[in-house]
Each structure stands twice: as structure tokens, then as C-alpha cells.
Write a protein that binds this ligand. Structure first.
Ligand code: PRX
Length: 650
């Protein structure tokens, strides 16, 4: 079959062999459609509950859902203990590769169990109790996974903060969550160099803080300032702690973690996830979408634990299923461009899940690199985080997948907790560029402003796009924004309030086969290499600079990173010309204030910004400028001539 839009071979059915062994079946869709709640109850019962649930969903206080509300379980028990009890203690849970070559170790489920118990005892000794919050600010080392599971075991909420974030971003997250403990490392490796990490924690907790202890893993051995009484070495308190710990069961709706993500304002949102529903869907999707066979597969999700993908598909999904996985500390280009391929070869990776931006990077490096390795163990590929262009999709399948493997393009969000729209490999025909259809048990629609379904039709046209909404609650849905129920309602539930639908913030369209194509964010959130960054966050970092009077930031299409950050700034009167040095200084300021991932690609000094009569910056028009397009409708501009000056400044 060919795609009417691209005229390329459009669909890729799985091989007969793959389909024959797949975990997923067409019947799963039928089963879920016939009895959605019964279907979810069955998925929840893939887990071990200490107190079985009798009620599946309580939606009476929508949009605050309760799933499996009268059940109780321990999430860490489900991810670790039960596999050991089932006699699988000798199975490798984690093949860990450090950034320095030759720095590696494999950790069995039995070892993971002991480590998690010791860490849970040590955290208890530091005064942590169920309901407390802990910030985890660590590179990709096994202790980071152990720390998350130890928190889960105690009913303590972790808030993992990406170790590439700057001290001020860390502080904002610690303060909002009122964290009592921060777990970090002395330093981390960055392209062969040991660089400090705890220093950022010291800065973040130096004034006015709720943090009582900083627990520090020695990773690099670099010199580290120390505050007696507050700072504690991991090897002092965890290694000596008792390996015996009895997990307590928590109510299904007990919060499991907070994860901060960017919204349309400068203040990040603490997305709240709870225990039973989250683990049910993380585990279910990991089993079916990744077709995991824990006895034989070696699974590798390349995401950092600082993002939701690292939570659901490095920690909770794979471990709840007793999988063997790879965890890698470094970047794909260290010490050279062969690193990921060597890792695939070394461990015989069978399932590989990454971001489209990395696929495009591999493409740029050229297929010779991939071709010089044995990738024949790979049987399933996946992508997440942004739309994948069909060209990259086909390259990925051909070069990584020997033109044979299915690719699961999984659409989901920090807020959804787990995959929502994705092919079921072996069942759904894959289609380059489309996440295809909602998974069994999930319901999504593409609608217009009034909530009418936008299907390809004479009325809407073939390419008509609309808003992506989720019209039924799902088990791993966010339960709120930490400390801000009003923002929760307004952000996700106000646009289609009369229907009770969740608005995802993405634009989407259907194709003639009924597949969904997610087109990207339609709000002021940018997506740079799969990282979510709000325009307001970058603007506030820019105006924080003494020489900046005003700033407007937009995401412009970028061949390599999906979107690139383009900033327009007005400097203070005495700095109005702003040379190249100033521009570099402003780019560096954003990297310092937020993270290098938020560093604008371009900064343009302009004399004015396009505003409406009510003073709102018209980003839509700035995006037109940044992408080199004809300007859209300028009739609401206060001063339509402003663009001549902006164009002249570029
Ligand atoms: O715009 C969508 C895009 O990433 C956003 C969610 O970002 P975040 O919460 O950081 O989670 C990323 C990892 C789950 C979405 O609103 N997105 C994610 N996956 C896809 C995608 N866009 C298109 N296709 C995808 N497969």
C-alpha cells in the first residue's frame, strides 16, 4: 500500500516469524474495547498486590482519578523482590557501562535486591518517612536506580532532576517539592573529564532550604567540599546498612514520584504519579510494546533517568517485568562514534529504544560506522520524544534493523506516565512518521476547537489537523501538579472542560487509514532533541541578564534537533548595539541558568518586538521570521512596521 501523502511505501507489516512469537495480539484490542475496565484490572493483576483491589476506577472526582484505589502494593517489591522469590536472583538486571571504557559491571536481581534494601535502611536512618520528598541528581550509574527503588520501597517520593541542569534549576525543584534529602555524586564524567556535580547541590541548598542531608556517591574521586553533619557518603551509610528490609505495602494511590517538566510558564510543573496505576501501565506497555521476553532479551532504552522515559522504560517498566537491560553512563560519541554499536554488540542487545534526534545523528555520521558492527541481535527498535521523519525511520530500520525489525514509534508524555499511542509490534502495521493508533485500553482523538472529530473528509480536507485529546482516563495518568491543583485543571482540562477530555498540547491529524500523526506542540513549549523546554523559561533566563530589557523566544524547525531555540532580545539602552561577544554571553547565560540543552541556537538583537495592542508578544510571527516564511496575519500588531527592523537586525 502507498501513502497518499508521501507516495512512499507506507506500511511495514511485521514478518510472519515476529508475529508468531509476539506478546501482543489483535485480540487485545478487542478485549479492551469490549470491557475497558476489566481489561485494566487484568493488566493490574500482572503485578503482585498485597491487598487485592476490588474497584478499578473511581472517576467521581474528575479530573482527579483513582485507580485500583482499595488495593495496596509495594512498587519496589514488584520490581525486585518478587523476581528473586521466583528463583530468578541470578538473572542480570543491569549490564552497566560507565563512560570510561572498561568501566563496567553486571548486577543481578539478587544483588539489586540487597542494594535496594541497604539503601532503604540508610534512608530511614537519615530520617526519611513515607510521604517525604527526595531529590535525586545523579548521572546514569546503578546507584541512581537503587536510590529510586529505595525511595519507592519506603513510600518516599523521588524527584529526579537531570544532572545536566544548573544549580538554579535544581534549587527551584528542591524548593517546590520541599525535599529533605538530595542524593548526588561527587562528580560526573563528561567526555573523558571528571567534572563536579555536588558543587551544584551545595549552591542549590546554600540558603533557605528544606534539605537536611546530602547523600553523596563517590563516582569520580574529584575533590569535593564537605559540610559535616549535613553531607553523608553513600559508601559510609549504605554499604554498612543491613541488607534486611521488609517492604511495607502502600495504597495504590500513594504518590510514587514527582517529575518536573516544562509548561507554558517559566515555573516548571511537578507532575505527580502514583503507585498502582502507574506501575500497571508502565509494566503492561513494556511487556507488549517492547515485546519483552525476559528470559532471552537484552533491552536497552537510552533515555536518561532525569526524564520520564528513564522512569518508565529504564526503571519501572523493565524491572517490573524482570528484564535484563543495558544502562550506559556516557554520550554516544565518547570516546568515538562507535560506542553505542559496540555496546549493542557486546551485550547482544535485542531491543533498542531511543530518540529520533539520535537516529538523525547516526545518519549524519554515516552508515559505515553502524555497518562495521554486528547488529544482527536487534529484533525490535523504538523511538520516543518527537515526531520521527519518515526518512530517518527508514534509515533506522534498514541500518539497525536489517530491513526487517518493527519500529515502535511511541507517543506519550511526562503527564501520561507511559506509552499511549504506538504500534503493537507483530500486530499493528508500522508506518514511518506515525505513532499509528492508541494502545489497547487507551482512547485518543483528533478534534477541532468544538470537539468534533477531524477525519480526512471532503469537509476538512485530507491534511486537516486538530488537537490531540485523550477522552478516557488511563491508569498511569498524572494525578496533578504538585501543590497546584488549579494549574492542573487549567493546563490540561479547561480546553474541553464540557467534554471532560485531557488536552495534550499537541497538534495531530489522521491519515486515510485512520492512523494518528502527531505534529508537535501547539503551545509555547519547544521540543529540542526530544527535550521539553518552555519559551518562558528561556525568556526569563535572558531577561535575568543585566543588559537585557526584553526577550522573546520561539522554537523554529530544525533538521537535526527537531526544533531549535531562537531568541530575539532588546538590550538596555546603553547596550543597544550588542556585538558577537554579547550574543555569546547571552547564550552562555541561558546554559548556566537552565542547562546546556536550553542554550539558544541563535540570539538576535532587535530594536523592538512584535506585540498586539494588549501587549502580548506575537510569537507566531517571530516563528515565521525564524523559519524564513512569509509573515502570517499582522493585522493585530500594534506596529506592523516592526518587522522591517527585525529583519534588518537578522
Ligand atoms: O510533543 C509530544 C512529544 O513530546 C511531548 C512530551 O514530552 P515529554 O513530557 O518530555 O515526554 C517525552 C517522552 C515521553 C509530547 O507532547 N512526543 C513524545 N513522543 C512523541 C512525540 N511527538 C511525536 N511522536 C512521538 N512519538
Amino acid at each position: 500500500m502507498t501513502d497518499t501523502f508521501t507516495e512512499a511505501p507506507a506500511t511495514y507489516p511485521a514478518s510472519v516469524e515476529f508475529a508468531a512469537q509476539a506478546n501482543g495480539t489483535e485480540a487485545l484490542y478487542r478485549e479492551a474495547a469490549a470491557d475497558r475496565l476489566g481489561f485494566w484490572a487484568k493488566q493490574a493483576n500482572r503485578l503482585s498486590w498485597q491487598t487485592p483491589f476490588t474497584e478499578v476506577l473511581d472517576w467521581s472526582e474528575a479530573p482527579f482519578a483513582k485507580w485500583f484505589a482499595d488495593g495496596a502494593l509495594n512498587v519496589a517489591y514488584n520490581c525486585v523482590d518478587r523476581h528473586v522469590e521466583a528463583g530468578l536472583g541470578e538473572r542480570v538486571a543491569i549490564h552497566w557501562e560507565g563512560e570510561p571504557v572498561d568501566d563496567r559491571r553486571s548486577i543481578t536481581y539478587a544483588e539489586l535486591f540487597t542494594d535496594v534494601c541497604r539503601a532503604a535502611n540508610a534512608l530511614t536512618a537519615l530520617g526519611l518517612r513515607a510521604g517525604d520528598r527526595v531529590a535525586i541528581y545523579m548521572p546514569m550509574i546503578p546507584e541512581a536506580v537503587v536510590a529510586m527503588l529505595a525511595c519507592a520501597r519506603l513510600g518516599v517520593l523521588h524527584s529526579v532532576v537531570f544532572a545536566g541542569y544548573a544549580a538554579s534549576a535544581l534549587k527551584a525543584r528542591i524548593d517546590d517539592a520541599e525535599a529533605k534529602v538530595v542524593i548526588t555524586t561527587d562528580g560526573q564524567y563528561r567526555r573523558g573529564q571528571a567534572v563536579p556535580l555536588k558543587a551544584a547541590v551545595d549552591e542549590a541548598v546554600s540558603t533557605d532550604t528544606t534539605v537536611e542531608h546530602v547523600l553523596v556517591v563517590r563516582r569520580t574521586g574529584i575533590e569535593t567540599p564537605w559540610r559535616e553533619g549535613r553531607d553523608v557518603w553513600w559508601h559510609d551509610v549504605v554499604d554498612s546498612a543491613s541488607p534486611d528490609h521488609t517492604p511495607q505495602a502502600f495504597n495504590s494511590e500513594h504518590p510514587l514520584f514527582l517529575l518536573y517538566t516544562s509548561g507554558t510558564t517559566g515555573k516548571p510543573k511537578g507532575i505527580v504519579h502514583t503507585s498502582g496505576g502507574y506501575l500497571t501501565q508502565a509494566s503492561y506497555t513494556h511487556h507488549y510494546v517492547f515485546d519483552i521476553k525476559p528470559e532471552t532479551d537484552v533491552y536497552w532504552c537510552t533515555a536518561d533517568i532525569g526524564w520520564i522515559t528513564g522512569h518508565s522504560y529504564v526503571v519501572y517498566g523493565p524491572l517490573s517485568n524482570g528484564a535484563t537491560q543495558v544502562l550506559y553512563e556516557g554520550t554516544p560519541a565518547w570516546p568515538d562514534q562507535h560506542r553505542h554499536f559496540e555496546i549493542i554488540e557486546r551485550y547482544g542487545v535485542t531491543i533498542y529504544y531511543t530518540a529520533p534526534t539520535l537516529v538523525r545523528t547516526f545518519m549524519k555520521w554515516g552508515r559505515d560506522i553502524a555497518d562495521s558492527h554486528d547488529l544482527s541481535t536487534l529484533r525490535l527498535l523504538g523511538t520516543v520524544g518527537e515526531p520521527i521523519n519518515p526518512e530517518a525511520w527508514r534509515w533506522y530500520r534498514e541500518v539497525f534493523g536489517a530491513n526487517e525489525t518493527p519500529i515502535v514509534d511511541t507517543w506519550w508524555q511526562t503527564e501520561t506516565g507511559a506509552a499511549m499511542i504506538s504500534p503493537l509490534p507483530g500486530v499493528t502495521e508500522c508506518k514511518p512518521g506515525s505513532a499509528t493508533r492508541p494502545l489497547p485500553g487507551i482512547s485518543a482523538r483528533v478534534v477541532d476547537d468544538h470537539g468534533n472529530l477531524i477525519e480526512p473528509s471532503p469537509e476538512y480536507g485530507e491534511h486537516a489537523s486538530g488537537y490531540l485529546v485523550l477522552d478516557q482516563p488511563w491508569p498511569s495518568m498524572l494525578r496533578g501538579i504538585w501543590g497546584d491543583p488549579k494549574r492542573f485543571r487549567e493546563t490540561y482540562w479547561s480546553r474541553f472542560a464540557d467534554r471532560g477530555w485531557y488536552f495534550a498540547g499537541d497538534g495531530a491529524r489522521y491519515d486515510l487509514d485512520g492512523n494518528i500523526w502527531v505534529l508537535g506542540r501547539i503551545d509555547d513549549v519547544m521540543n529540542v532533541s526530544g527535550h521539553r523546554i518552555s519559551t518562558a523559561e528561556v525568556e526569563s533566563a535572558l531577561v535575568g541578564h543585566a543588559h537585557v530589557a526584553e526577550a522573546a523566544v520561539v522554537g523554529a524547525s530544525d533538521e537535526h534537533t527537531g526544533q531549535a531555540i531562537i531568541a530575539f532580545v532588546i538590550l538596555q539602552a546603553d547596550r543597544a548595539d550588542g556585538g558577537a561577544e554579547m550574543i555569546e554571553e547571552l547564550r552562555a547565560e541561558v546554559a548556566r541558568e537552565i542547562s546546556p540543552i536550553a542554550r539558544p541556537k541563535e540570539v538576535h538583537v532587535v530594536p523592538e518586538l512584535p506585540k498586539t495592542r494588549s501587549g502580548k508578544i506575537m510569537r507566531r510571527l517571530l516563528r515565521d521570521v525564524a523559519e524564513g516564511r512569509e509573515l502570517g496575519d499582522t493585522s493585530t500588531l500594534l506596529d506592523p512596521t516592526v518587522f522591517e527592523a527585525i529583519r534588518a537586525a537578522r
